[in-house]
Design a protein around this ligand. Structure first.
Ligand code: IMP
Ligand code: MG
Length: 176
């Protein structure tokens, strides 16, 4: 069983930070068209909020990935379940994620996408748990650095649930 322990980041604070990230991205890519790749399903809520704050021409792409061996493997290899619909060569790409944890998913994904010769490639994540890294990885646009706790809400799930919560909350696993 599990229960919600506390609110870690309130809806108000998330909204404010999304606006700040969008302003930073809009400034950095001024005059350019950006291809935003949403990593399903966790980043869907953040993606929808972020794109509407961007003052840029954007294209949407969606990818779905799963890590091999439940994230315990050190190879960091991930399986692409759904790839982008169009080639990204020559485009300015931003990968939009919910959270960087071990860093395995994004370091692999960024490497794979970089091989397709985009004009540039960066990573934007709403959450980051730097203390959990297994591989050296840094996102260019990071919403909040959070401690090593399992969080849900704002797109993040536990067993497929809680993605629709407006706040980012800490989940507690209980005995019964
Ligand atoms: P990484 O490859 O370990 O960085 O894994 C990132 C993925 O693990 C994220 O896209 C999430 O789906 C999942 N994840 C990591 N930490 C959490 C958490 O605290 N709550 C929910 N999902 C998490
Ligand atoms: Mg995810």
């Amino acid at each position: 069983m599990e229960k919600i322990k506390k609110v870690l980041i309130s809806e108000t604070d998330v909204k404010q930070r999304v606006k700040e990230l969008a302003a930073e991205i809009s400034h950095d890519y001024k005059g350019k068209t950006v291809t935003l790749i949403c990593i399903l399903s966790g980043a869907s809520v953040f993606f929808a909020d972020l794109v509407r704050e961007l003052d840029l021409d954007v294209r949407f792409e969606f990818m779905s990935v799963s890590s091999y061996g439940g994230g315990t493997v050190t190879s960091g290899e991930v399986k692409i379940l759904k790839d982008v619909n169009h080639p990204i060569a020559g485009q300015h790409v931003i990968i939009v994620e919910d959270i960087i944890d071990s860093g395995c998913t994004l370091s692999y994904l960024k490497r794979v996408l970089a091989q397709r010769n985009p004009a540039s490639i960066k990573v934007c994540t709403i959450l980051d748990k730097p203390s959990r890294r297994k591989v050296n990885f840094k996102g260019e646009y990071v919403g909040f650095e959070i401690p090593d706790e399992f969080v849900i809400g704002y797109g993040l799930d536990y067993d497929g649930k809680y993605r629709n919560l407006k706040d980012v909350c800490v989940l507690e696993l209980t005995e019964d």
